[in-house]
Design a binder for this molecule. Structure first.
Ligand SMILES: [Cu+2]
Length: 183
């Protein structure tokens, strides 16, 4: 119900914006000035927008497939790690999650193998950010209640990797951290 009214509001605003732009476009045609011999400014604008559109389309078609959403999309992961974020901890398990029974063992993942993290949250939105042994942020996703976000990565360097929450989630947010080992 609420979604429908938001969609309706969006459609009304989109229609208003279209009418406004159409009005500006039609009122700026200056037919009289063109008749008097002035160069039609709309032609220049048309070519500018066409070239801009072509350049941006080429740019987008090259860069979008390289976005992390498609990273290792057609490979089977060597290891799957289930992650449940909660105030104020990460529960990580090699089996599908049972939040009442965390494994307690440190998670180990293979170096150079494809690792898939299946990340969700048991309460509010959290961040799931992985830092390498030099404490540089290398990849991250959101932990959201009701959703499982897949994060795929290949860790080339063995060592202890840290996980921090990057989404402010409450009073003890800064203490929300975990780690795993790449071997
Ligand atoms: Cu947090």
């Amino acid at each position: 119900m609420q979604q429908n009214s938001i969609l309706l509001l969006f459609l009304i605003l989109a229609a208003l914006a279209t009418i406004t732009f159409l009005y500006i476009y039609l009122s700026s045609k200056n037919v009289e000035l063109v008749k008097q011999g002035m160069e039609n400014p709309l032609k220049k604008r048309f070519w500018f927008l066409l070239i801009l559109f072509v350049v941006l389309s080429i740019f987008a078609s090259v860069t979008i497939p390289k976005s992390p959403y498609y990273l290792f999309a057609d490979e089977t992961p060597a290891k799957v790690v289930h992650v449940s974020a909660m105030q104020f901890a990460f529960i990580m398990s090699e089996n599908a999650i049972d939040p009442k029974r965390p494994s307690g063992q440190a998670i180990e993942v293979p170096a150079n193998g494809l690792v898939e993290f299946r990340v969700t949250s048991l309460d509010v939105n959290h961040g799931f950010a992985i830092y390498n042994p030099e404490e540089r942020l290398i990849t991250q996703t959101q932990a959201m209640p009701g959703y499982v976000n897949r994060l795929r990565y290949k860790f080339s360097e063995p060592g202890t990797y840290k996980i921090f929450c990057l989404e402010y989630c409450g009073m003890a947010h800064q203490g929300m951290r975990a780690s795993f080992i790449v071997k």
